[in-house]
Ligand binder design. Structure first.
Ligand code: SF4
Ligand code: SF4
Length: 119
């Protein structure tokens, strides 16, 4: 019903990507870092949450997850990605993907990156 491989990564551009302690532990293990180093390097306290994902610049969305490859448009830590990324979008369809495919058909451009703000 959707293919993340054909998607520019809407879900990775969320301002808030909330992490749990076990997500930070998984990142620490993945990068062979002590927990406190991983916590400092990869997370920041924001949105009333102790751990949220740090982000970086992106040409399409403005900001995106620090672990997103902005050229290949994919996750660079797939096996170590946080729980929230594992569970999104759930069973069945992805609304972002439906939106993307609708716009690509409407624009007759298979590479079009549909956005809602065109400023
Ligand atoms: S927005 Fe949907 S299709 Fe795109 S990467 Fe995320 S889950 Fe995959
Ligand atoms: S960890 Fe991977 S899947 Fe999760 S938001 Fe970042 S780039 Fe996307």
């Amino acid at each position: 019903m959707y293919s993340c491989k054909k998607c520019p990564g809407y879900c990775c551009s969320y301002p808030l990507i909330a992490l749990e302690r076990r997500d930070v532990e998984r990142l620490a293990r993945h990068f062979a870092l002590p927990y406190d180093v991983a916590e400092r390097k990869f997370t920041r306290t924001a949105w009333g949450r102790k751990w949220t994902m740090r982000r970086k610049a992106d040409k399409h969305y403005g900001r995106i997850c620090q672990f997103f490859d902005t050229e290949k448009r994919c996750c660079t830590i797939y096996k170590a990605r946080p729980s929230v990324c594992r569970s999104f979008p759930g069973e069945g369809r992805c609304g972002y993907y439906d939106f993307l495919m609708f716009e690509r058909r409407a624009q007759n451009d298979p590479a079009f990156v549909a956005l809602t703000n065109h400023s």
